[in-house]
Design a binder for this molecule. Structure first.
Ligand code: ZN
Length: 145
């Protein structure tokens, strides 16, 4: 099998905004050079959900489906020139390959916690920070009195 992605934009006629939706079809170049004769299946947004094969693609490629999907998307991203399609490929790559959020040890309670988005050097977990803020609030209130 020589797999590639065949990506095409279609105008959804039911959508009055005339927006395009982008179809990702998996093709096999060994089968035929022409679409749709070489059509294998559609590329799902998520090949495997919780390790289960729930679409044709993941049934065909089993455990390798995530890696194959990633490879196909990366290959297409390199050769694609359409900005709209490129964006869609990048979006799909993120869905296929979810990155675990970074974790760090809290300096106060020593528990591991997930760093919030956009906070680069977060050293104290949310719970400890809340406690700290409360303490600060009560102490400033006391001062005013
Ligand atoms: Zn903490």
């Amino acid at each position: 099998m020589k797999l590639r992605l065949f990506i095409c934009k279609k105008t959804d006629l039911r959508d009055y905004s005339q927006s395009h939706y982008i179809r990702f079809a998996v093709i096999d170049l060994e089968k035929s050079k022409k679409y749709p004769a070489n059509y294998v299946c559609m590329l799902p947004q998520q090949p495997r959900v919780n390790g289960k094969a729930n679409n044709v693609f993941s049934k065909l490629f089993g455990k390798d489906s995530v890696d194959i999907a990633k490879e196909l998307l990366k290959k297409s991203l390199r050769s694609e020139s359409d900005i709209e399609i490129k964006k869609e490929i990048e979006k799909r790559l993120k869905i296929v390959e979810p990155k675990a959020p970074p974790k760090t040890k809290c300096h106060v309670c020593k528990k591991y916690f997930t760093i919030e988005k956009g906070r680069f050097r977060q050293r104290v977990c949310l719970e400890c920070r809340k406690k700290f803020q409360k303490r600060k609030e009560t102490s400033t209130r006391k001062k005013k009195i």
